[in-house]
Design a protein around this ligand. Structure first.
Ligand SMILES: C[S@@+](CC[C@H](N)C(=O)[O-])C[C@H]1O[C@@H](n2cnc3c(N)ncnc32)[C@H](O)[C@@H]1O
Length: 400
């Protein structure tokens, strides 16, 4: 495996930006008219729900006490420029996703500018999109949040394998852009659970004395050092181009505690014990947060409703109890329910009647197993009663 080492060559980091017609200056965006959205009563004391276009609503929130510069985490799942109208089976309107091209980019950009202003200095923002506009949005977010504040492009497996007839690979992923407002931000690393198989693969050795399972890791790292980590330890220099990861006295402590493995030819490696592991540190490919994929998964049935555990993960990682969370494209209220469940406060905004209806219902009654919605759908079909948005979305999400 090739190892990169820092280079001394000067790097030209000249900024670049997206150019298109209708791009308003930041100050002009912040000077656009604010408007108080309609507040919707909800069965939760943890937060507030508003109905209306989120741009004037976000601008209004800037003037509200305890919001500007106080939002710890934003999760949004905006329209994806799919050129689709999300409707129920009888054609009842859910929401439109008709913006495209420059109009779409500027729609998002204006909201990002205000969201940046509302975020706390140690806050984070997650933007969930599919492959359609993710790259334009990355450049936009670099402009507004700063390229240096880009943390991850998370790839999520969103559904089961597709049997495409199209001449391309099955499209089963979508993406989440993660930015922070600065490099000092709240971060509680999420961990995945070990499976027995993965544990045995990763920690293949058993310590003879203690019976504890362990793995061996290098005690050196790339880069030459002049200080004590560059000098010999136990008569051995670190390998060429490397330094000891720890000062010699720390390595002595490891050895005294039986935490150094000496190879037959006298090379040291550190023993890392399985029982000290909190789990597998979460990486940027997420396989276990599919949208509804079996009849028992709990959902509201709103079209494009996101996986509850996924949203819970990002909020738990980037907020503390009592923090304020914002979702200005809240749809069925996934972010709001996740925030409340974690003991965070929330603000939700959506323009669509169907979204507000779904959120109010979810915060009052919770979600139901997906199978129940499918059942309702087929019963309604028999009696020719009108379907609502919830039955349609469940039908859309049902595995084929
Ligand atoms: C992809 S859905 C969000 C789904 C949501 N994450 C969930 O889990 O249910 C996008 C939402 O954005 C809302 N929306 C689109 N444009 C909006 C705007 N200008 N102001 C407020 N809401 C908007 C739509 O009504 C829709 O509910």
């Amino acid at each position: 495996m090739a190892t990169g080492v820092p280079s001394n060559r000067r790097v030209n980091r000249e900024a670049y930006s997206l150019q298109y017609a209708g791009k308003l200056a930041r100050a002009d965006v912040l000077a656009l008219p604010a408007a108080e959205p309609v507040e919707i009563p909800i069965a939760s004391e943890a937060g507030r729900l508003f109905q209306g276009d989120n741009l004037p609503a976000l601008l209004w929130l800037r003037s509200q006490r305890g919001v500007r510069g106080k939002v710890r985490s934003v999760y949004i799942d905006p329209p994806y420029a799919t050129a689709m109208a999300f409707v129920d089976r009888d054609g009842n309107h859910g929401y439109d996703d008709h913006l495209a091209g420059a109009e779409y980019v500027e729609f998002l950009r204006r909201r990002f500018i205000v969201l940046h202003d509302l975020l706390a200095a140690d806050g984070s923002i997650f933007v969930h999109l599919d492959q359609n506009m993710i790259f334009e949005t990355k450049i936009l977010m670099d402009e507004i949040f700063g390229r240096e504040n880009f943390r991850n492009l998370i790839t999520r497996k969103k559904c089961n394998t597709k049997n495409y007839t199209r001449k391309c690979f099955g499209n089963i992923s979508d993406h989440i852009l993660f930015y922070t407002k600065s490099d000092e931000y709240v971060w509680h690393r999420p961990y995945d659970q070990w499976s027995d198989e993965k544990m045995a693969e990763e920690y293949p050795y058993i310590d003879e004395k203690s019976g504890r399972r362990y793995k061996k890791v290098p005690v050196h790292a790339p880069g030459v050092r002049r200080g004590e980590t560059g000098r010999p330890w136990r008569g051995k220099l670190p390998p060429q181009g490397k330094h000891w990861q720890y000062p010699p006295r720390r390595l002595d402590e490891f050895d005294a505690a039986g935490e150094i493995y000496w190879s037959p030819n006298g090379n040291p490696r550190r023993k890392v014990f399985f029982d000290a592991s909190k789990g597998i540190p979460a990486q940027d490919i997420w396989m276990d947060f599919r949208d509804p994929h079996n009849q028992n998964v709990l959902i509201t049935g709103y079209p494009t409703e996101k996986n509850f555990d996924l949203v819970t993960r990002v909020l738990a990682a980037t907020t503390d109890p009592g923090d304020l969370v914002l979702d200005c494209f809240c749809g069925s209220g996934t972010t709001l329910e996740a925030a409340a469940a974690l003991g965070r406060r929330f603000i939700g905004i959506d323009a669509a009647d169907a979204a507000i209806k779904a959120t109010v219902k979810r915060l009052r009654e919770g979600r139901g197993p997906m199978g129940d919605f499918v059942g309702v759908r087929s019963r309604k079909k028999e009696t020719q009663e009108p379907h609502d948005l919830f039955t349609l979305a469940a039908a859309m999400a049902a595995p084929t």
